[in-house]
Design a protein around this ligand. Structure first.
Ligand code: ADE
Ligand code: ZN
Length: 325
């Protein structure tokens, strides 16, 4: 069994995946065509030239623009099924996927259209591939807070269709505590709480997410490494970090994968798992992220620990979890 195959067959959960970030350029053009939308790119080659990013914002600009091609429930179902089809060959057994409803609502869609399409794709994925999944409603932190609140108000009755609440988009200048009210409400609905922090922002934002949002996982969190006390806390409170190596490199959070403090943090007892973030934008799906780590010297036993961490850090019930381990 070579390393590639071993990685592809390791049972894993994907816990940090923006479903809109799995929109491949080919599908974006196909949906634009289907929905009569004109994108400012001549063809696939021209669009492909846009995928050079210098930081988080330079990526978000393209990501939000291409989200405008998603219009119908069928579009969202097709998007989800394309993702699950890809990762079904990469050992993914369970996925907790983010979506950004505020952006779709700003584009004129009813949030129920979005959710119905995604849930249909997720149901099909369970039937076709045996992959279980859940939806995490992610607050877009650089949009007005009242748009986050109104999305929450419009879906709160669909309690069982949502697994958790998250926080994403431009980080610096939008500290987690700004969203304490929405997270408090989500918690009363029985939803899990996670938040992006310490991607471009400082370790202080990770602490803020723990203290004021009671986040159960931190998405990215790699800047936690600058605060030794915080690392001790993450380890002792068993707060997993959902890291995304190819994302960090493509968004120039680090200059090279070797700079990522993953081994360092694992040695200090932090529960690290590996994810793709926005696979259509960052050059690879989840197994490609594991392979990239293998490429810089991570051993199969280290990667196996990360895969087991991903299952243990998921919000699935204990019976399903034990079946996956
Ligand atoms: N939205 C999609 N991908 C993101 C990322 N890596 N960080 C913040 N917001 C995002
Ligand atoms: Zn992310």
């Amino acid at each position: 069994l070579n390393m590639q195959t071993a990685i592809e067959t390791l049972p894993k959960s994907e816990l940090h995946l923006h479903i809109e970030g799995s929109l491949e350029p080919e599908l974006a053009l196909e949906l634009a065509d289907r929905n009569g939308i004109t994108l400012p790119y001549r063809d696939l080659d021209d669009l492909r030239k846009q995928y050079r990013f210098t930081n988080l914002q330079s990526f978000l600009d393209l990501y939000y623009e291409l989200m405008g091609v998603l219009k119908t429930s069928d579009d969202f179902r097709d998007l989800a099924l394309a993702y699950f089809g890809k990762v079904s060959a990469q050992g993914v057994r369970h996925a907790e996927i983010f979506f950004d409803p505020q952006v779709h609502v700003a584009n004129g869609l009813d949030v129920n259209i979005v959710m119905d399409g995604l849930l249909e794709g997720m149901k099909d994925a369970k039937a076709r591939y045996g992959i279980t999944s859940g939806l995490i409603l992610s607050i877009v932190r650089d949009m007005p807070i009242d748009t986050a609140q109104s999305v929450l108000d419009s879906v709160r009755h669909r309690t069982d269709d949502i697994l958790g609440i998250g926080l994403d988009s431009a980080e610096v200048g939008y500290p987690p505590h700004l969203f304490a009210r929405q997270f408090q409400e989500a918690k009363t609905l029985g939803w899990h709480c996670v938040a992006h922090a310490g991607e471009e922002g400082p370790a202080a934002y990770v602490i803020d997410a723990l203290d004021t949002l009671h986040a159960e996982r931190i998405d990215h969190g790699i800047h936690s490494v600058t605060d030794a006390m915080l690392l001790k806390r993450l380890a002792s409170e068993r707060i997993p970090l959902t890291t995304c190596p190819l994302s960090n490199r493509r968004l120039q959070v680090v200059n090279s994968l070797e700079e990522l403090p993953l081994r360092n943090m694992m040695e200090q007892g932090v529960l690290i798992n590996v994810n793709s973030d926005d696979p259509a934008y960052f050059g690879g799906y989840i197994a490609d992220n594991y392979k990239a780590l293998a490429g810089i010297g991570f051993t199969l036993s280290e990667l196996t620990i990360m895969a087991e961490n991903s299952i243990n850090a998921s919000f699935i019930n204990a019976v399903r979890r034990d079946a996956l381990l």
